[in-house]
Design a protein around this ligand. Structure first.
Ligand code: C2O
Ligand code: CU
Length: 445
């Protein structure tokens, strides 16, 4: 089997090359602080925000550019920023207790990142995310590939909020109910902080729509009616070819980029809706106005996704059982292989499992529970190999995969970067109650 493994690791597209550095440096400051904003239906909402805005800033860079971001903590609790999906120097990964100490109130930390992959990424705190992300701390990082056609872009944060009877963010976080279910599912769904967002587009306009699911636990299955739409990227990497939206699921943490061709008739309406629940709900609308515009018709960049279906005959190198038990500070804790890792227990020796750069590895997630677990691995892209023993060829890479009730999902990857990388459930209540581990990637040189 050693041969098959090395064949898989050497397959075209399994690993990537670093772009040349451009020498361009983007300096930003992100101040995390409480504020009040008109949100949802325009009501005043007490939130925690980056630079006074919810959703937070959309930072942009081009492949090979450098970002230097000073994060200032004006919150009443420690924080950190994790750059979800971004391959970077491990010390910049923003995981308190593993890659850096938490940023205490009043303090700051400067992150430095070289944009190695073009795509849609996002950033959020990596400590008490169940509270900090829910209160409004999330932003987008878009890395542009100069080979892509320059089309109009929409950056949409899809979210939900649990409001209490007075209309404020319900301050009960990580409740036993959240823990016994798929985390905190809110009673209001928003796009860019608005219920019923609508945007105007030109007739015939070609749009790149970047969606990120920043909800604590809610899963979306976005669909588009009234326009042609195709998936051109997933989790920050282009697909191998434009794909249909059939079966598309956007779990917490996932991003999807859609190419949408607006209809030619002025006055037409395009709606983006969610079909994950029983009830189909509209997320946002595009209203077609004005003259037909001509836009660049060149195709978007694609990425190679090697066919790894033959990996199904390999044994899994690492197996993770996903389960819950009574105990811990919240009454219920979520575990990986019977262990709950909480922020206070992180440490330099946090890693249990060791991988090596350049070596194909197969991981298996066995969901022993009836809940949903979007499993996220930091610092790497992976492919889904199989679901419940059936081989899968998705046509794209990911950094987060939804593992359904009692489901077994296998993934494959070839690690490229040494470091201590978090592996956790992106249902933030599950994460905060222990559903995390750390894998160490050693440089094989
Ligand atoms: Cu988006 Cu470890 O998180
Ligand atoms: Cu989970």
């Amino acid at each position: 089997m050693a041969d098959l493994r090395s064949e898989l690791a050497a397959s075209p597209g399994a690993t990537t090359e670093r772009p040349e550095e451009t020498g361009v440096v983007h300096e930003h400051e992100l101040v995390a602080a409480p504020t009040v904003l008109p949100l949802i239906d325009g009501r005043s909402l007490d939130v925690w925000a980056y630079n006074g805005q919810v959703p937070g800033p959309v930072l942009r860079a081009r492949l090979g550019d450098r970002l230097r971001i000073r994060v200032v903590n004006r919150l009443p609790q420690p924080t950190s920023v994790h750059w979800h999906g971004v391959r970077l120097d491990n010390a910049m990964d923003g995981v308190p207790g593993v890659t850096q100490p938490p940023i205490a109130p009043g303090e700051s930390f400067t992150y430095e990142i070289v944009a190695r992959d073009a795509g849609t990424f996002w950033f959020h705190p990596h400590i008490r995310g169940s509270e900090q992300v829910e209160r409004g701390l999330h932003g987008m990082l878009i890395v542009e590939d100069p080979r892509d056609p320059p089309v109009r872009e929409l950056a949409w944060f899809v979210d939900d909020w649990r409001l209490d009877r007075l209309g404020a963010i319900d301050p009960a976080f990580v409740t036993p109910h959240d823990l016994a279910h798929d985390g905190r599912w809110g009673n209001v769904v928003t796009v860019n902080g608005r219920a019923g967002l609508s945007e105007s587009v030109g007739a015939g306009e070609r749009i790149r729509m970047r969606l990120v699911n920043v909800a604590n636990g809610r899963v979306f299955a976005p669909r588009v009616v009234g326009a042609e739409a195709r998936v051109i990227a997933f989790d920050g990497r282009p697909t191998s070819e434009p794909l249909s939206l059939d079966g598309l699921v956007l779990a917490p943490g996932n991003r999807v980029d859609l190419e949408v061709a607006a209809p030619m008739q002025s006055g037409a309406e395009v709606s983006v809706f969610d079909v994950f629940g029983q009830r189909r709900r509209t997320l946002a609308r595009l209203l077609v106005r004005g003259e037909a515009t001509r836009s660049d018709a060149r195709p978007f960049v694609t990425t190679r996704s090697p066919d790894w279906r033959c990996a199904s005959e390999l044994d899994a190198d690492l197996v993770y059982a996903l389960a819950a038990r009574r105990g811990g500070p919240h009454g219920i804790e979520w575990t990986l292989n019977g262990e709950a890792m909480r922020a206070e227990h992180h440490g330099a020796d946090a890693a249990h499992d060791t991988l090596e750069t350049g070596r194909f590895v197969k991981m298996r997630f066995v969901n022993e529970s009836a809940r949903l677990h979007p499993m996220h691995l930091h610092g790497q892209f992976f492919r889904v190999l199989a679901r419940d023993g059936v081989s899968v060829h998705e046509g794209h890479w990911r950094d987060t995969v939804l593992v359904g009730p009692r489901e077994t999902v296998e993934i494959g990857l070839v690690p490229e970067d040494a470091g201590q990388w978090a592996l956790h459930c992106h249902v933030l209540e599950h994460h905060d109650s222990g559903m995390m581990t750390v894998v160490r990637v050693l440089d094989r040189g």
